[in-house]
Write a protein that binds this ligand. Sequence first.
Ligand code: GLN
Length: 529
Amino acid sequence: MTAGQDPAITRLRAHEMAAGLREGRFTALALLEAHLELIRDENRVLHAWSSVDEDGARQAAVAADRQLSKEGGRAIQGPAALPPLLGIPVALKDLVVTRGQPSTAGSRILKGFLSPYDAHIAERLREAGAVVVGKTNMDEFAMGSSTEHSAWGPTANPWALDRVPGGSSGGSAAAVAAFHVPLAIGTDTGGSIRQPAALTGTVGMKPTYGRVSRYGIIAFASSLDQVGPFGRDVRDAAMLLGVVAGRDEHDSTSAPMQVPDYAAELPADDDEAAASVKGLRLGLPREYFVPGMEPGVEARIREAVGALEAAGAEIVELSLPHSEYGLATYYIIAPAEASANLARYDGIRYGQSVRGEDVLGNYLATRGSGFGAEVKRRVMLGTYALSAGYYDAYYLKAQKVRTLLKRDFDLAFKQVDALIAPTSPTVAFPLGARLADPVAMYLSDVCTLPVNMAGLPGISVPCGLSEGLPVGLQFIGRAWDESRLFGLGRAYEAITASAEWRSLEPTDLPALSDPSAPAPAERLAAARA
Ligand code: GLN
């Protein structure tokens, strides 16, 4: 098969692609070419990708085909199984380094930087047979909720091209939603996987802090950052997390915990999946229905809660009383850690280097021209919060409040098996709408960032549309309880399997290949004019 013969294969879920490859229905190379063709035709208008490694991806696909033809027909599971992602195209957020390839973290300061090594998760993906297609657009250093803070211009939402896909992992979310890849990696420091998943109608999980190695992940805020999967269904996201999770001796914060076979644990049968919620206690935190939440979003969440209750879950209304301090403490801790992590971009060690009069001049010129406005804002906030005389008042205080936030969750999990909440208070917002108001942008993550502060896992799954745009339902779990969250997500999929919205593709997909359609940067410029 050659390029373009079968665009329908891009519509399959990753686990269906894996089965198709094993059954010899198509080759890994054909699967890759079908995806590359969409990317070539549509990336100008979607702008989900910051770099595509066509040659590297083809080599991986050819190698996968060799292995498939040699050992084809073997079962997906079992001791003699082929690697789980053999031949499956995967995207990496542009902060996952891979040898000899660009990783810019959405920043001008990393323009031209080629990594001398592979991130741990890139190695794990290669061992699992994945075909890494390229890197996806993101907010600079993962600071943002819209992907508009990328130095390379924004990404569009395939559901409405004049709207953001969320962020900071907006490129990964948009690429999965637009069928450019079935799977993508993101990172989530305060919501950057779950919020874009919600806004693009995809599944995204932030695992427990320590579940996935950050070796080779360009750091934002080290006590909060976690790597996680995007997929078009829960099983796919579970499959991807299973591949990348686990202890890595290069990252001392990665936990030596057993990693379950998340995907294999999920019931294949819808009835069984739906029945799995019977008797579960799900906590509904009052504080997550925040002021300013869109009525359409609240309605979808309440309907989802009702559907889970009807399927036999017990819904327990409860309070996480310190939630209101989540945003304020996050915006002390995350910038403080970012200001320390970003000190390494000095014009000597990485990427861009601009000459000044002397060493300090080089540093100021490199950073002054290399960092965008949001990154500078965070470095200033963080440096201030950590400075002598203010450390106790801000950073130390924030750490204490962080303990209280965590305690809220600990108490809740004495009563319930998981929490259920909105992922984002609104649907995808128009390009430019929150750029002039940082606090409005920060509020995008009000329902997700307490989860990072407590180090817990959270998943966002699609739960219908409001005004034609996707709404995300969030499940939050105990530490290391990702299996429960995948199970709940899968159950919710089963319960709503026949809902009409499940069969809808993103509304604006046809416009992605329209040669007269503007690029997202042009749309943003028009919105701001
Ligand atoms: N929007 C939040 C921020 O800007 C979270 C970003 C993230 O999770 N990386 O910090």
